[in-house]
Design a protein around this ligand. Structure first.
Ligand code: CP
Ligand code: NVA
Length: 308
């Protein structure tokens, strides 16, 4: 069963195949209206459930459009409206959904929900974000980087800010795609040791640098994300803002990176908090290409899930 649960759980050759496939399919349909069916229809006659226990714009729309372009149909389900949100077990939910649909994408809080769903489902399960990781986002980000700058292997990626779920998937990708990473942020918000150790065990360099300007020196890519994620308690907002303010990505910080460095943010952004509007709308920024590439990357992920 080809579940897409995390980047480090997916074979590097398969990941490379998905990025290349995404790029080819994207190029083949360039300029066509969004509802034009792809030349190949790998999801023909297939039904895909998209479950959301947290809000979403990009993940929701890009999966829905992607499935349709590939010939399939979708149903979008809110976790709260399902029996899942009212005491039915995840295992039973997985067994039941497997009788109706051919694939499940879920955005949830605790990673254990995703893992249990995958354990008991007879159909592929895709991680559409948990508190801990966000692999589909980083597949889109790799595609975006390579479209603009060529192979990401050997490049230097700097994460500035909260060592959160998106940062974790970047660390997983560093190990699988072979690029180096520097994390810069307050110690209290470091990424989990496990993620750093895993990337290092695959032979890439991962370092932690408290000074943001030192960290971004020679960076090929600077990335940040919101200072308060959906799973973070609102009561931590002020503390997080105070801790993270020195790590805002602004024009002054970008001047310390390579002149051709890219800037990424998975969005949604809080403008002039984690990143200045000048950077978000400036020459380094590829944030809307990233958003578009969610669609193309996830289509390749879904195709791999059903075809291998
Ligand atoms: N980047 C991302 O996953 O966006 P949404 O929360 O809008 O899906
Ligand atoms: N870190 C953010 C990403 C949103 C796409 C969150 O989990 O809220």
């Amino acid at each position: 069963m080809n579940h897409f649960l995390d980047i480090h759980k997916t074979d590097p050759a398969a990941l490379r195949g998905m990025i290349d496939q995404a790029r080819a399919t994207k190029n083949a349909r360039a300029g066509q209206p969004k509802a034009t069916p792809d030349a190949e229809q790998p999801l023909k006659n297939r039904m895909v459930a998209l479950i959301f226990e947290k809000p979403s714009t990009r993940t929701r729309v890009s999966f829905d459009v992607g499935v349709r372009q590939m010939g399939g149909q979708t149903m979008v389900l809110s976790g709260q409206d399902m029996q899942l949100g009212h005491g039915e077990t995840i295992a039973d939910t997985a067994r039941v959904l497997s009788r109706y649909v051919d694939m499940i994408m879920i955005r949830t809080f605790d990673e254990s929900v995703l893992l249990e769903l995958a354990e008991y489902a007879d159909v592929p399960v895709i991680n559409g974000l948990t508190d801990r990781t966000h692999p589909c986002q980083i597949m889109a980000d790799i595609l975006t980087f390579e479209e603009h700058r060529g192979p990401i292997a050997g490049k230097k990626v700097v994460w500035s800010g909260d060592g959160n779920n998106v940062c974790a998937s970047f660390l997983h990708a560093a190990g699988q795609f072979g690029f180096d990473m520097v994390f810069t942020g307050p110690q209290q918000l470091d990424p989990e040791d496990e993620f750093v150790a895993l990337a290092r065990s695959k032979g890439v360099q991962v370092s932690i640098e408290r000074d943001a300007k030192t960290a971004v020196k020679d960076a090929d890519l600077v990335v940040t994300d919101t200072w308060v994620s959906m799973h973070d308690a609102q009561s931590t907002r002020e503390r997080r803002h105070n801790q993270l303010r020195p790590y805002q990505v602004n024009e002054e910080l970008m001047r310390h990176a390579r002149p051709d460095a890219l800037f990424m943010h998975c969005l949604p952004a809080h403008r002039d908090e984690e990143a200045s509007s000048a950077v978000m709308d400036g020459p380094h920024s590829v944030i809307f290409d990233e958003a578009e590439n969610r669609l193309h990357a996830q289509k390749a992920v879904m195709r791999w899930c059903v075809e291998g």
